[in-house]
Ligand binder design. Sequence first.
Ligand SMILES: C[S@@+](CC[C@H](N)C(=O)[O-])C[C@H]1O[C@@H](n2cnc3c(N)ncnc32)[C@H](O)[C@@H]1O
Length: 276
Amino acid sequence: MELKTRIKSTLAKALMQGRPELRILYMLARPKQDRSTRNVTAEYTTSWNAFARHLERSRTLDEWLFVEAMDGLPRYYNIDGAMRHQSFNSNAFYLETLSQAIGEHFPKARTITEYGSGLGRNLLFLKRRFPDLTCHGYELCAPGVEIARAAAKKFDLDVSYSRLDIVKGRPEEFVSPPSDIAFTMFALEQLPEANAVALRNILDRVSLGSIHLEPVVEKYPISYRGLLGRVYHHKIDYLRNFDANARAAGLREVLQRTLFTSHNAVVFPSLYVLKK
Ligand SMILES: C[S@@+](CC[C@H](N)C(=O)[O-])C[C@H]1O[C@@H](n2cnc3c(N)ncnc32)[C@H](O)[C@@H]1O
């Protein structure tokens, strides 16, 4: 890696683990992030490639679902509404929240699709928890799809993955048959403008409904960290107008709950359950 890139990445890592106020001050001094498909692809191609060697080293599915060297770094988390500096398995919290929502709202679901499945770990967790569920993941970045396929093979779980841009994908690229339900986890966050199109594409391909764990800034609390979160969200160019978009989608029911535990001390994700 070139020295300049290495310094930048070390600085970014230090800031990611530093106090949220410091990160926001740093972000305020910089131009607003440009969340174009090109930039998102570049960002996640680098992120997911960095996980490849950890898949080789993971001896069990649990080791892969929580890679100590990547996921276990101490940083500022939001835990039950309090800011804590520690190591914390926030993914496990999200997956528990998702599993409960599936059981409570869609107990009859037999097929599920994740859109923006990244490394594909969420679906491996679900397949182990609900072995009868047929699972498919769509992901924008090729390394995510490749690593997800390799992990499914390594841990002998029948989950399929394919490459797709949820917004610009052509109909024939939605290769998996429509499913009972779908979900997104911090994937629509990457689509500040185009999330309404993505949501339409998702809802058009489910029979029962969908679940979304996403940072919906309109639903952040009115508190010191809630306000910092709004600044952070704006500068990082995340999801906009999701609540209004979901309510305009012609659904039978839209349920929303703000979560006070998250991987970032200034992010208060929402759980949305959308029923057709
Ligand atoms: C923060 S990661 C979350 C990954 C995964 N859902 C998880 O919980 O680990 C966001 C993912 O969304 C994917 N993504 C962003 N824009 C997308 C698009 N237009 N179509 C499909 N995937 C997209 C990114 O490539 C990335 O893998």
